[in-house]
Design a protein around this ligand. Sequence first.
Ligand SMILES: C[S@@+](CC[C@H](N)C(=O)[O-])C[C@H]1O[C@@H](n2cnc3c(N)ncnc32)[C@H](O)[C@@H]1O
Length: 337
Amino acid sequence: MASIDDRVREQYEAYPYPHRDPRDEKHRLVEGTPSDLDEVRHYVYGGRLDLGRPFRALVAGGGTGDAAIMLAQHLASAGAGDAEVVYLDMSAASRRIAEARAVARGLANMRFVTGALEEVAALAPGPYDYIDCCGVLHHLASPEAGLRALASQLARTGGLGLMLYGTYGRSGVYPVQEALAQLVDDLPDAERLAAAHRLIAGLPDTHLLKRNPLVHDHRKGKDAHLYDLLLHRRDRSYRVPELAALLSTAGLAPLAWLEPARYAPRPISPTRRCGAGRRRCRCSIGRRWRSGCPRRWASTSCTPASPAARRWPRRIPALTGRCWCCAASIRRRWRRA
Ligand SMILES: C[S@@+](CC[C@H](N)C(=O)[O-])C[C@H]1O[C@@H](n2cnc3c(N)ncnc32)[C@H](O)[C@@H]1O
């Protein structure tokens, strides 16, 4: 009988995620969080990323290429001649799509590797100035081992953009997953997908999955998305304390949340205790993490109440580029730190 690892691998060979057509590269670039170059520059490098020097990024579990293609395109457009984006994924089918997208864009700053991210030290060794790992660790038998493997390949000043499923954001998903696992787990994929369609069609409008505006994969009309959302063989989610515990197993500490305002305690409580120090400070805890001493980075993520923050420049560059939701142009501007 196939192990869970085998079945997860088979899923991503049969249904590369997300569904992408390389021909679409001719008329649009998929951009998002994490790993927009301006985000990396802002959150990881405090606005001081020097692209005149060599820059290496790893996209671990790169899927059909969204983050790797975006970052490689941003680096190429920024004239970063000595930059490289390494794509790593265990799915050969996903890699083929990602590679075709790179070819369609004429990107020459990418390298593609097939294999398990737990073996990154042997397959695609660092050090990396930045690592993207979006929507992957929660599918691993040991997210802790996966994160440790990635953290070990970060440069001393590097940072990691991490996305993990949030328990509350996925309200409604897990009861449906459980029902399908009980009813159709041993059937062929086509029948499991058909059952998922029938189950969704029969859900009452009051069901949390139907009322949750943050979850879209069952509305996209693509098997890869429906499978990933409701039929995955290994899928767990995190609340903030669980995420903090996961990070600490790899010697990482939070730098910022994306988007910070959603997690900032300030509207509720004007001051709070920073987890890393005794001083009262206003701070955003986060979904973007940096290597090195946890205390050091936890304190530099705090705003002016801490001495570390007072040493920061008084003005920092704000994000520029295109707004991901309305595609409006965002002008370069500077704001007070
Ligand atoms: C949900 S998809 C996310 C893809 C991409 N990061 C994105 O956000 O669009 C998860 C990806 O992780 C890959 N993956 C899962 N476990 C992996 C492992 N242990 N090593 C490498 N890749 C893995 C899968 O093949 C799949 O492409």
